[in-house]
Design a binder for this molecule. Structure first.
Ligand code: NAD
Length: 393
């Protein structure tokens, strides 16, 4: 992405532990930018609790407009109260600015206590569709006219009267479009080509949800088959695993294959080294990327970013962890490494590498926050601020 040498970067520190990890990550990112001869003009913008305090709104227009205009932004977690009538702010932000892919790299960092023990064991990037699926927020509660209509339709017209049991019911809709699926898969394949990765795995539960997740996979395969030259992208047939010997796979091509979502959760734990780039609908992507995060040290570590066309909004995978909020305890690594993804997208590769190296060196020297310290012998437990200072040092 072409950004000015000294860009304005909107930042939402976030709710809960966002108040701890937001400023800490900002400090590290600024130091890395400065050390590589650049300057960031941070623009504090507000959402969630801080939005309500300053604007009496959860998602003020000023915030949306700033991210829209400056195209590169970073946010901490925002709390979504459980219950009716509160649409997730994160979902609203992703949908309003059409950040249609959520990208989460999962790689082993030296020194982190985790089931993975080396970078060779796990280096995976998940592409999660970000605007559709059951997260689109199209759902109704018992007592609404829509629920009655759906109940009648399913029972009377479809004849599925054994599905809708008597008593209260909640109904949700799972839209998966050709447009949304194809642009997500295209992004994943382009990423694989640009980053010299050998495989893209499409993950859906198409054997059960044929017209949603099944279509996602079919549309994804169409992209692989029709939009790239054969020597660049090889669309693997379903029968690949039985007939591998007879199929001529071009040597340097990115292979696009598909796996069923439930089996994939297992393969991802057992054979982490076999997967490289994963592309999937929204709900699968949420679960799979959290599970992948657990393989490399947990939510305190796992970074992410939302991409649209020519826009990025970096954000950690974790939420606002209210129990740990405001105690200078939480781990700012996830948000800091999310900023690294933002740097990467801006073409600031040296700054991005510096952030990763500094985080890795700090952790492997035994300086960590509480979440990692309790799993390590001989580690030094630092507060959020002190840990950020150690990374800057
Ligand atoms: P969570 O990710 O906030 O916390 C789960 C647990 O993970 C915490 O109790 C803590 O033990 C650990 N943890 C998470 N981040 C950590 C960090 N940086 N350092 C150390 N430990 C960390 O998940 P939750 O409790 O299910 O959700 C809390 C709130 O966050 C909810 O309102 C939810 O909607 C929201 N949420 C927001 C986002 C987002 O803003 N993108 C994402 C997920 C959840």
């Amino acid at each position: 992405l072409d950004v000015p040498e000294n860009p304005i970067v909107p930042i939402i520190h976030g709710d809960g532990i966002g108040k701890d990890v937001g400023p800490a990550a900002q400090k590290v990112l600024e130091a890395a930018a400065n050390a590589t001869g650049r300057e960031i003009s941070w623009m504090r913008v507000y959402a969630g609790e801080s939005g309500r305090e300053k604007y009496d709104e959860n998602l003020p227009d000023d915030t949306v407009n700033a991210i829209d205009e400056h195209r590169v932004a970073i946010k901490g977690p925002l709390t979504t109260p459980v219950g009716a009538g509160f649409r997730s702010l994160n979902v609203a932000l992703r949908q309003t600015l059409d950040f249609y892919s959520n990208v989460r790299p999962t790689y082993y960092l030296d020194g982190v206590p985790s089931p993975m023990k080396s970078p060779e064991e796990m280096d995976m990037v998940t592409f999660r569709e970000n605007t559709e699926d059951v997260y689109a927020g199209i759902e109704w509660e018992e007592g609404t006219e829509e629920v009655e209509q759906v109940r009648e339709f399913v029972e009377d017209e479809m004849g599925f009267d054994d599905v809708m049991h008597d008593g209260p019911i909640g109904i949700g809709i799972k839209p998966i479009t050709e447009f949304g699926s194809k642009r997500l898969v295209r992004k994943a394949i382009d990423y694989a080509i640009e980053h010299d990765r050998d495989k893209v795995t499409l993950v859906g539960k198409g054997n059960i949800m044929k017209f949603t997740e099944g279509q996602f996979t079919e549309w994804g395969m169409e992209v692989a088959e029709e939009e790239y030259p054969d020597e660049e992208v090889f669309a693997a047939p379903d029968s690949l695993w039985e007939t591998q010997d007879e199929i001529d796979i071009p040597e340097d091509a990115v292979m696009v294959e598909s796996r069923l979502a439930d089996a994939m959760l297992q393969w991802m734990q057992l054979r982490t080294d076999e997967f490289s780039v994963l592309a999937m609908p929204n709900l699968n992507g949420d679960y799979l990327s959290d599970a992948a995060g657990a393989q490399i040290g947990g939510l305190g570590i796992a970074p992410g970013a939302n991409f649209g066309d020519a826009r990025v909004l970096a954000e950690p995978v974790h939420g606002s962890a209210p129990k740990r909020a405001g105690q200078n305890m939480a781990n700012p690594t996830a948000m800091t490494l999310s900023g690294r993804l933002m740097f990467d997208y801006m073409g600031w590769k040296d700054a991005a590498d510096l952030v990763r190296d500094a985080v890795e060196e700090t952790i492997s020297s035994g300086k960590v926050t509480y979440d990692l310290e309790r799993q390590l012998d001989d580690a030094e437990k630092l507060g959020t601020d002190e840990y950020a200072d150690a990374i800057v040092d």
